[in-house]
Design a protein around this ligand. Sequence first.
Ligand code: GLU
Length: 488
Amino acid sequence: MGPRVRFAPSPTGYLHVGGARTALFNWLYARRHRGTFVLRIEDTDVQRSSADMVTGILEGLRWLGLDWDEGPEVGGPRGPYFQSGRLDRYRAAAARLVAEGHAYYCYCSPERLRDEREKAEARGEAWQYDRACLNLAPERIAELEAVAAPRAIRFKVPSTHTAFEDIVHGRIAFDPRSIEDFVVLRSDNHPTYHLSVVVDDVEMGITHVIRGDDHISNTPKHLLLFEALGVTPPTFAHVPLILGADKKRLSKRHGATSVTEYRRQGYLPAAMVNFLALLGWSPGDDRELLSVAELVDSFSLEGISGGNAVFNVEKLEWMNGQYIARLPAGELAGAVEPFLADAGLPVPRDRGWFHRLLDLLRPRAKRLTDFAELARPFLVDTVEYEPHAVEKHLDAPDVGAHVAALAAALRTTDPFDEPHVEATVRGTAAERGVKAGVLIHATRVAVTGRTTSPGLFEVLVLLGRERSVARLERLVNFLATRRAGRVS
Ligand code: GLU
């Protein structure tokens, strides 16, 4: 039996890059060791959780290709996989802890707890629950029960256990005296996070808990609960935080933090996965571009570094460009289509032609969104001339006549392929006594409206004879009209 790991998001927000990275490490570990990846939704905070957030998290994971073996929508033998559907189990576990002497009822009112805390703070001391209810006399308990006084269940923290081994951080020592008798079941009968997470990890047979560093301080409590429940605890691996370029914890100030937002910005899931994997983990050599299969093959918890990881969006963009460069044309076409549609551009019906276009443009694209801009001149009927392109390249003497000559020459260029088109352009420039550059620049403005584009001869061939010639003639007319306007 392979390891069982879990990703346990609270659906109180979208899937952020930190969560996605935690999910990815769990997934890679499961796939590497032929284990089971469980997805568990920790929605006990009913007020702050929402079904939309759950949907968003599932979509984000699916987009990244992180499929789960057990969890929402796929089910599994250890469900339900929503904590809101497991409340009875937490209540039963809490009752068992009381019955076995590991926990006790606490009738202290919130007012009393607040007063005691404030008094201690006034003395400059930190307050811990004073175990006022640990040894209540049976008569007192009977009185409180008779009036149905609200009661919580507190865990009786033993003084055993002072350290655990974390795969990433090594031995982490803690002082059980610094842990108060924490609540496991609130007076409203709702479990606290500590209880629900441990009960679920036990009942779902989780062998490795891979989660963010922000949970390190909770782990001692969890270990004590595992012990009280008579279960060998899982192995823990706490993954370092993700920081922004300024070394502060990654937040919206640094730009997009939601996985969906990166999808919208035109990142490929494979690039995102590769990038996220290297946030705090390394294959142990200097490879930077690793396919999912390679990641699965090289992943180990020992390869996770204890130091914090820096989210470098330029690196992500570079990586995305690398993935765009390598993606098979058919897949790239599918990925680009929605971005064309968003930009109001038609998707070419001729697939072969579309693939050639994408091959021409991809060296210039870092994100899928770039394709919409790069492809525009090829997909619209009439290109718009950018004003600075007009200023820069159309003011040379006799440009209109040169362009008209080229249009005529291209009508008879046969075959209409790159070498012949290039020979025609250069030959026309030579015949007319201008530098090839003058004609090339003007032609580029004619066919794309811009000062920059992929290689002009390739552009002309891809546009084809009819459209190329028509665009050159349109420029000739445009220049004539402009000159007439100036003269009058
Ligand atoms: N639900 C917790 C969170 O979203 C994760 C709990 C865990 O991994 O133990 O932070």
